[in-house]
Ligand binder design. Sequence first.
Ligand code: F6R
Length: 270
Amino acid sequence: MEIVILDGVDAVDRTAADIVERVVRADPAANPGRSAGSTAVLGLATGSTPVGTYRELARRHREDGLSFARCRAFLLDEYIGLSKTAEQSYFSFIRQNFVDHVDLDDAAVFSPDGDADDIAAEAQRYDAAIAAAGGIDVQILGIGTDGHIGFNEPGSSLRSRTRVKTLTEQTRVDNARFFDSPEDVPHHVLTQGLGTIDEARHLVLIATGESKADAVAAAVEGPLTAFCPASTIQWHPHATVLLDEAAASSLALAEYYRYAYANKPRWQHL
Ligand code: F6R
């Protein structure tokens, strides 16, 4: 796990975009398990945190010719009970904030269907679709103030697969800003499990702002525990945590992380 403390949100967005760009531009032949003709499989988080990263990637698409045309993408989660086309659905969110601004084929962007008649079958189908795509190359993650990743709330099984979860009241309050009224925030979601997320080849957790500082500290310096689902990134072989100063403000070893990043060997990328 590599913890990178950066000077401001823009630097966080640019660094996350650098990681995604490198994967997108990588030679497909170097990635076994991938179907012929396709390049990166991206794992996309929704919510406010990655929006700046998506904006930066869209800028690179417009100005630097970064193409997503042969990529596929999978979302982490979706609300149950909202139609796909509802403004607050994550299906809509990712289109408004990323897909509509790049050349990623809309049909190659997948999300769990929170409106499916058979939710359990949909959950299994979603895990199978990720596996059939050859797995996720780079998974962008945000973190909830209660330590969730995806919508794996505290108490989530460390090996869980895509399934239904009940949102904590704290998460519903945090997400109320996207809805007309707090009562409109759904209670249930369909989310990739911690075991599903763990299978992505590279996890990139992004956190900015002081409201995330305690959750970040619990995730990266606390025990590996279902009580803080984001702590599962500690046993991933390739996890990068990108923080601004505010999100890093509760870390005990912040000085060491700054020192290690400042002295990173030039040949070693994130
Ligand atoms: C969204 C997701 C969530 C968010 C988290 C933080 O797809 O998986 O884990 O990343 O709730 O949300 P923001 O970024 O809005 O603070």
